[in-house]
Design a protein around this ligand. Structure first.
Ligand code: SOE
Length: 392
């Protein structure tokens, strides 16, 4: 590994995993240099356990070599960056080993499957950072231009003091109870269900947009389908299908968070609503080029949510792409994420979200799960609240 004060001429990149996130990240690695000024890099090695499948993926996604053991890439001096797109249960071991080997690490969200893992990973990231090795968590929705603009507007005080936030991330790919078992449905491989998979995005957005901290949480977790067809018959689902939480924030604001992968008809809808004393912002990922903004300082007769099409050169990231009005897609967020990660490496500046920010999200996930398991605030309604006599 070249010492940080003598960076390599070309960054060698290895990616671990080639499923959905591996495909999305590969697309970003392949096109980032065509649209942004980034340090020279090479897509060197794609790592996966199935030699035939990883070879096919490498050819499709533009990786020069393949490996079936992630440890082999950590020993190579021509590998400087490791992009971890492996399932959650592999995050901690690979990230800590890569950081200790002096590799810059980009890691898919959430940081870890448990709080203990997240704490160990953050300690490793802190130690590596002291040697000029950078690390970043892939909460890619921070790189949606409309949400980057929302953060700018909130930071400028355009909605005033934020009082409450509503965040709901709704999908329906598990609504059909015959949908097969996957690693995402087992606690030992995923850590949690909708909570860690998609509520983590919503929680990260609350923290990112408000620049705030969560001080308290209450939660409810629910599993609707307890068994799903696996390789050897029905297998137990051991994580949540849906998660609800209310969060108290250090600023005094509150947030409600909802996540479901069984919200029939909702495909990939991360809805965010931010309500302040001077205005409000509403966003829906299924309409990611638009921001609804209300300026409550205008005369009431003129007030109303107005649509901002976030596609002008003045908007975050947009000047690198097309002329105004030529809208972007979900996949562009990964190109923006990798552009910012490479810029951080090149500049020797820690990128965001850091592992510390990932740990903050993990702490909220753990608090929600603890609250849900304790059921301490759950009040059983013993009598149905209906009148004693309904009368004919
Ligand atoms: C869940 O299906 C998922 O793939 C998440 O894991 C991703 O983080 C999200 O961006 C899309 O949905």
């Amino acid at each position: 590994m070249s010492p940080p004060n003598n960076p390599p001429r070309t960054l060698g990149v290895a990616m671990i995993g080639y499923a959905f996130m591996g495909k999305a990240h590969s697309n970003a690695w392949r096109n980032v240099a065509s649209y942004f000024d980034v340090p020279a890099f090479e897509q060197k090695v794609l790592v996966g356990r199935d030699v035939d499948a990883v070879s096919e993926a490498a050819a499709k996604y533009g990786w020069k070599e393949t490996a079936t053991d992630w440890r082999t890439v950590l020993d190579r001096d021509d590998i400087h960056v490791v992009d971890i797109c492996a399932p959650g249960w592999m995050h901690a071991e690979i990230a800590v080993a890569a950081l200790e080997a002096g590799k810059h690490v980009l890691l898919e969200k959430p940081l870890a499957n448990t709080l203990a893992e997240a704490e160990a990973m953050t300690a490793a990231a802190r130690a590596a950072r002291a040697k000029g090795v950078q690390s970043m968590v892939g909460f890619n929705y921070r790189r949606v231009p409309a949400l980057a603009l929302a953060k700018e507007l909130i930071s400028e005080g355009r909605v005033g003091t934020v009082r409450h936030v509503r965040a709901a991330y709704l999908q329906d790919w598990l609504a059909d109870e015959s949908s097969p078992m996957t690693w995402r449905l087992k606690k030992e491989t995923a850590g949690s269900g909708a909570l860690g998979d998609i509520a983590s995005h919503a929680i990260d957005q609350v923290l990112f947009l408000l620049g705030d901290q969560v001080t308290e949480a209450s939660g409810r977790l629910q599993t609707f389908v307890n068994q799903r067809p696996g390789a050897n018959g029905l297998e137990d689902v051991t994580v949540d299908d849906t998660a609800w939480a209310t969060l108290g924030l250090a600023s005094g604001a509150t947030a409600s968070v909802e996540a479901s992968r069984m919200a029939t008809g909702q495909k990939n809808s991360l809805k965010l609503e931010i309500y302040g004393d001077k205005g409000a912002i509403v966003f829906d990922l299924e309409n990611l080029n638009e921001l609804q903004f209300l300026d409550a300082t205008l005369p009431v007769r003129e007030q109303g949510f107005r649509r901002i099409l976030v596609n002008e050169p003045e908007h975050p990231y947009i000047s690198a792409w097309w002329p105004q009005g030529h809208v972007l897609g979900w996949e562009h967020t990964f190109t923006h994420e990798i552009r910012d990660f490479l810029a951080a490496i090149d500049g020797g500046t820690p990128p965001s979200p850091s592992f510390e920010e990932g740990l903050a999200v993990q702490g909220v996930l753990a608090a929600i799960e603890e609250s849900a398991n304790a059921k301490s605030a759950l009040i059983q309604l013993t009598t149905a609240a209906v009148p004693a006599t309904t009368g004919a």
